[in-house]
Design a protein around this ligand. Structure first.
Ligand SMILES: Nc1nc2c(c(=O)[nH]1)N[C@H]1C(S)=C(S)[C@@H](COP(=O)(O)OP(=O)(O)OC[C@H]3O[C@@H](n4cnc5c(=O)[nH]c(N)nc54)[C@H](O)[C@@H]3O)O[C@H]1N2
Ligand SMILES: Nc1nc2c(c(=O)[nH]1)N[C@H]1C(S)=C(S)[C@@H](COP(=O)(O)OP(=O)(O)OC[C@H]3O[C@@H](n4cnc5c(=O)[nH]c(N)nc54)[C@H](O)[C@@H]3O)O[C@H]1N2
Ligand code: SF4
Ligand SMILES: [Mo]
Length: 868
């Protein structure tokens, strides 16, 4: 195969290998790397669409100072000067860096070296605080180190896989597909523990819909059952563990009633867990993003340590990471309480080792501010100069409106990004970064595999690599010698060398074996890599990273979220992800096909609750919390339980300004990890009752002016959902302003009785744009209407396909563009009964497989109904 370059997907922590082939016209074609050990050739819908997200539309191509283009020299001088002045006048702790688990290891290493070793503060934290901090803290409490003991193969070799607070089907789709294949091959039992029914439940033999936040009570019950049924590994406990008795007695005094699960389903789970040796417990944000997240993690680890089910094939606790380099960031010391290479900031020997290796002037002796504290310090003026790299906190932090205000009010804010975002708009200086396809470095995925990301395309405009901008600023602050790397490979070699010192100090993270490796051709490699150990698993025979080499079992007293629902805020708001969007959508929303699955923000609410509130399907709801407000589309479903609602985290000021869910989320954190509780804020809900609803499609951009709007790209341009509290006097004038089409011919149809309006704007007989409004949610074949943009005639005003012309309906399979109607019609007409038959007939579901749960749902009642 000629011209293909091996690289790694920049989205989730599965860390799939990608073969990227430049098309010679600035674009790329991508396919899964059959030789990569994470995916063996598979990609999910997001990975498959990578080639469609590379356009320069919206890219930042020069530095911006005060919103205007500037030279690199000017921007870098200004940044260095303002940081130096701030440090001189207010001390090093008045400076902060807020980083990201999506930075490459080399970028991360450079940032940490600058702030900890040279600026001399530990006020550096990362969005991993919102993501992995509770797992890190739980690992460190139990193992003495932040070690993920197992590998992906364990999910394939297990007999029971327990997915706790993880929507693996949508969030780690390729790993999910590996699990599906293993289940087919060996009959793996799958248990999903989640208050909500998700796509992942499609393969669940048992779905435990526990009360939000009650996971520790569930795993305490497991520990008790293991003890009472003789399922403990007494030898492992005697040889490698301490704290067992206290942990068990704490577990005995907690009650499984807190989980709200009924006896029979709990009994089934306890039976399976106690009698199955090969158990893997996978956990993610339903565990971590909780004010008792660290305790939940340790409650899980307790069960694996007490049974010795760790570090052997098919066994172990498995924290799946979210971001592509969440692991790398933890390894490199991105968190405010860590040093590079899993060394501890509070350990004098560790500090001395790092400072000695860097030959740096300083190193902080105490941990810095964690994300939520950091933005509080920004709001209070204790941090006066802030550098935000590769993350969008004005959208993704809890209490996001307050965070946006803090950033806006800060004396000096630098943001490095590839595109304009809600956060760059608040910055004094914006630095243009090279994006995924243009940069080189390494990332570490969930199972400790380090993979190369390789530049495939040239950097556009003046975009520069993140590590290089950091080194440039360091040089201007007077520390050029220590930041004089000539390539990402040089940064990596320095880092690998430092890890050897960490290894000598008895730490797990030692990749000194890679210090001399050929960086250009480095194949995916699982750490550790040194003279003592190469890859493999940890802790099968003990060997923990505590002073006595024993793991700690922790006594856990479960606690539910402190904020209680009540008369004022009767609902608990759960938040999370959808299949085809990545976080704040700055990249995935560029690919039209990724906007077809779900095109606007929504609120899942139980039918009984909706009825009581007078909420109709597809209307809009106003959601309020003590922190802020949002307006979301109502999706009535029993996937959520009564009293609980779910909303996705993705929409922003760019895509749906009133859909920013973090405006609602309380900044409550876990006391040990500092990780925010993103899944259990209290909210009130009421119908919005707008005077009109609208749907607009156009080839060109839209400038919506409405109480509610949400926009998305489609293949021919833009589409948006609209709603307003007052009916405009003149729909034509409204639409002309919306589409910025002052002169195009307007055709309109009004139905006075029903209060509906349909307007099409034409030029040379072709449709440029159309607006449909109604007093109720607009019913329309949206995909069909959007496809008519650019077509001849105003046939789209009918709102649905002419007779004989098929309407594919909303897209289910994003890879092969197969719509809901096409699938349901084929199921009925051809009497299809399996996902494989749908694949054979329509190809749907045959590429990445992410839509297979939805295909299964279309085939009939999902089997989990029986399991519930
Ligand atoms: N498509 C897509 N994939 C992604 C991402 C993305 O943006 N889009 N982001 C990546 C990142 S950074 C991350 S961190 C991962 C996150 O991956 P996941 O953690 O799988 O995703 P979430 O949807 O945040 O939350 C998982 C589940 O936790 C459940 N939950 C809520 N409260 C509780 C509780 O108290 N107990 C339990 N047991 N469950 C609860 C929610 O209902 C939800 O279904 O996804 C990664 N993959
Ligand atoms: N309510 C709620 N809030 C949440 C969560 C939740 O479940 N619920 N989940 C939390 C979690 S787990 C996470 S990980 C966070 C994620 O939240 P964020 O990190 O804020 O989200 P992203 O959209 O991934 O932001 C990445 C930014 O980096 C930019 N970028 C892309 N490539 C590059 C590059 O090469 N260099 C630079 N410098 N910039 C680049 C992108 O354009 C984008 O603006 O959200 C958290 N917030
Ligand atoms: S599962 Fe999808 S998003 Fe995650 S790394 Fe693989 S292709 Fe990328
Ligand atoms: Mo995350």
């Amino acid at each position: 195969m000629t011209g293909a370059i091996r690289t790694t997907c920049p989205y989730c922590g599965v860390g799939c290998g990608v073969l990227a082939t430049p098309d010679g016209k600035g674009g790329l074609s991508v396919r899964g790397d059959p030789d990569h050990p994470a995916n063996f050739g598979r990609l999910c819908s997001k990975g498959t669409a990578l080639g469609e997200t590379l356009g320069l539309d919206g890219r930042i191509l020069t530095p911006l100072v005060g919103g205007a283009s500037a030279t690199w020299d000017h921007a870098l001088d200004l940044v260095a000067q303002r940081f130096s002045d701030t440090i001189r006048d207010h001390g090093p702790d008045s400076v902060g860096f807020y980083l990201s688990g999506q930075m490459l290891t080399e970028d991360y290493y450079a940032a940490n070296k600058l702030i900890k070793g040279y600026i001399g503060t530990a006020n550096v934290d990362t969005n991993s605080r919102l993501c992995m901090a509770s797992s890190v803290a739980g690992h460190k409490r139990a193992f003495g180190s932040d070690t993920v003991p197992g590998t992906y193969e364990d999910l394939e070799q297990a007999d029971l896989v327990v997915l706790v607070g993880s929507n693996l089907a949508w969030c780690h789709p390729v790993l999910y597909q590996r699990l599906v294949a293993a289940k087919q091959a060996r009959g793996t039992k799958v248990v999903v523990v989640d208050p909500r029914r998700t796509a992942t439940c499609d393969i669940a033999d048992l779905h435990l819909r526990l009360a939000p936040g009650s996971d520790a009570a569930l795993f305490n019950a497991v520990l008790v059952a293991l003890a009472d049924r003789g399922a403990l590994d007494r030898d492992y406990i005697a040889g490698h563990v301490s704290g067992f008795d206290d942990a068990l007695s704490a577990a005995r005094s907690s009650s499984s009633a807190m989980t709200g699960l009924d006896r029979a389903e709990l009994a089934t789970f306890l039976d399976w867990f106690t009698t199955t040796e090969r158990v893997v417990t996978v956990y993610s944000q339903g565990i971590n993003q909780s004010e008792s997240g660290t305790d939940k993690v340790n409650a899980i680890l307790n069960c694996h340590l007490a049974t010795g089910r760790i570090g052997h094939p098919g066994m172990g606790p498995f924290s799946v990471t979210g971001q592509p380099n969440a692991m790398g960031g933890r390894e490199v010391g991105g968190l405010a309480n860590m040093l590079a290479c899993h060394l501890d900031i509070e350990n004098a020997a560790h500090r001395a080792a790092v400072q000695g290796f860097w030959a740096s002037p300083t190193i902080p002796a105490k941990p810095g501010l964690k994300a939520v504290e950091m933005f509080d310090a920004v709001a209070q003026g204790r941090i006066r100069a802030l550098w935000i790299i590769h993350t969008n906190p004005a959208v993704s932090m809890p209490d996001a409106d307050a965070v946006a205000r803090a950033i806006k009010g800060c004396d000096f804010v630098v943001v490095s990004d590839v595109t304009g975002t809600d956060t760059t708009r608040l910055a004094d200086v914006v630095l243009p970064a090279t994006a995924w396809a243009e940069k080189s470095g390494t990332v570490t995925n969930s199972d400790r595999t380090i993979s190369r990301q390789r530049a495939v395309l040239p950097a556009p405009g003046q975009a520069r690599d993140d590590w290089r901008m950091i080194a440039d600023v360091a040089a201007r602050m007077g520390w050029g010698g220590a930041f004089g790397w000539d390539s990402a490979g040089a940064v990596f070699r320095e880092y690998a060398q430092l890890s050897g010192i960490a290894g000598d100090l008895g730490r797990d993270f030692d990749i000194s074996g890679l210090a001399q490796a050929d960086y250009d051709t480095l194949p995916p490699t699982r750490w550790p890599v040194n003279a003592r150990q190469q890859g493999g698993r940890f802790f099968g025979a003990g060997g923990f990273f505590t002073p006595d080499a024993r793991a700690r079992l922790l006594p856990i007293t479960p606690r539910l979220p402190a904020a209680k629902t009540g008369a004022r805020y009767p609902f608990r708001l759960n938040t999370g992800r959808i299949r085809d969007q990545w976080h704040t959508m700055t990249r995935t929303a560029l690919a039209p096909r990724l906007n077809q699955h779900i095109a606007e923000p929504f609120l899942e609410i139980h039918p009984d609750d909706a009825r009581e509130l007078g909420l109709e399907a597809a209307t809009l709801a106003r959601v309020s919390s003590p922190q802020g407000q949002a307006v979301l589309r109502v999706a009535i479903t029993d996937k959520v339980q009564r009293g609980q609602v779910f909303a996705p985290m993705h929409w922003t000021g760019d895509t749906a300004p009133t859909g920013r869910v973090d405006a609602l989320v309380a900044p409550v954190t876990d006391p040990v990890s500092g990780q925010p509780e993103s899944k259990a804020s209290v909210v009130a809900i009421a119908p919005l009752n707008p005077a009109w609803y609208g749907f607009a499609v156009s080839g060109g951009a839209q400038v919506p002016d409405a109480t509610y709007w949400a926009r998305a790209r489609h293949a021919g341009g833009w589409r948006s959902e609209l709603a307003g509290m007052e009916i405009p006097d003149d729909w034509e004038a409204y639409a002309r302003a919306l589409f910025n089409l002052p002169d195009a011919t307007c055709l309109s149809v009004a139905d006075r009785k029903r209060g509906t309006h349909r307007l099409a704007f034409m030029q040379d007989g072709r449709v440029l744009a159309a607006l449909f409004t109604a007093p109720e949610p607009v019913e329309l074949a949206r995909g069909h209407v959007a496809a008519q943009i650019g077509a001849e005639g105003a046939g789209l005003l009918a709102g649905r396909p002419a007779q004989g012309q098929p309407d594919p309906g909303p897209i289910v399979c994003a890879c092969l563009n197969v719509g809901l109607n096409t699938i349901t019609q084929a199921i009925a007409a051809q009497q299809l009964t399996s996902i494989e038959q749908i694949g054979a007939a329509l190809q749907a579901g045959t590429s990445c497989g992410s839509c297979r749960p939805e295909l299964a749902a279309l085939l009939g009642p999902p089997k989990l109904e029986a399991a519930e």
